[in-house]
Design a protein around this ligand. Sequence first.
Ligand code: TYD
Ligand code: MG
Length: 424
Amino acid sequence: MVEETIAPKSNSTRTAGLRRTGVDEVKPEPLSSVTFQSEPRFKTGMEELNRVLGGGVVPGSLILIGGDPGIGKSTLMLQVSGQLSRSGKILYVSGEESASQIKMRADRLDVDSKQLYVFPETDMNVIKSTISDMKPDAVVIDSVQTMQIPELQSATGSVAQIREVTADLMNIAKGQGITVFVVGHVTKGGAIAGPKILEHMVDTVLYFEGDLHHSYRILRTVKNRFGSTNELGVFEMMTDGLHEVTNPSEIFLEERLKDATGSAIVVSMEGTRPILVEIQALVTASVFGNATRTATGLDRNRVSLIMAVLEKRAGLLLQNQDAYLKAAGGVKLDEPAIDLAIAVSIASSYKNRGTSPTECYVGELGLTGEVRRVTRIEQRVSEAQKLGFKRVLVPANNLQGWTPPKGIDVVGVSTLSQALKLAL
Ligand code: TYD
Ligand code: MG
């Protein structure tokens, strides 16, 4: 006799997310015979949010909105709930505010609807049964850190609670086809019990960023199973809530000084969208032995590398110079095409010579001082043209097989020193 262990029936709460609703047994099947109905995305009233989500909200998806406390997550969710409630039933669960506090905020935001239900509750069992009874089209959970499963021993907001709460929400989304928005606070100092631990569980992760001292807020896609990542939406926080900013390039450039040195404009791609951003550099002689290099909104390593290339390939003596760099307007830039603009801004500050206010720079720098090809050059150039720029320096290789539009001077450069000669 050989003992045979019978594997316990798989815990359906863990795998339900992958199963099609109503199907108990899942078997492998040829991909060619799998059918699906393309479900229409439903649009929120905010075009900026729709784009960030990849064209609208996919029904039955689980969307995480992360961000620092006080950045405006609850405001955004309440406004979105108000818009969605025009075409469906929305349940807004808050563990942070009472119904009357939500009402006060809603009045300020001019949100009012018979289809929008507010529910101050933190017990996940109660929330789950309410959802099954009510069958809303979408649920907002504000925030995941305040929700709790009473059977679990761990404290509210702990890693274990957050993980289980999210698993429950995942089941609601996938099992019942209800779209769930989850708000998660990013705790200062990056404490683990933040949204980071549940990024892999949800369909879409959006981060709401911005400087509390500025009114602009940026909504960024970090992960999206249904669309492109690194899309970006720009909002402005006003006394009556968040307003969309449809032309962010203008706001990022509006405070630019004329004839200032150490400034260079780049056309950076944020997902599929080109935005113009000013890169500022301040280069001064170091007072103490070690030169300081700081970068805000830019990668510090990238800045150090470009300074080394400038030193070696363009003959700028930067080793005993402090350099402070900044992407103006509170944006974070992270793509190779910004290299040339960083180099130009540093050289401009070092040589104390201003760049032309109607010129911008696009290009990646190689270690030998060559300017390398970048993606989506047509879009970048046409965005610069739209905003009234007269000349743009681009990698020479990008000009192969492409005729630049009329009305803007597109100059191809192949080396860093050639670009600096033209720019300064
Ligand atoms: P909130 O949405 O409560 O932030 P979060 O949920 O991310 O913690 O937003 C808080 C800030 O937004 C608060 O400091 C005040 C500001 N605010 C406005 O400026 N205008 C408004 O209409 C609202 C509702 C909030
Ligand atoms: Mg809040």
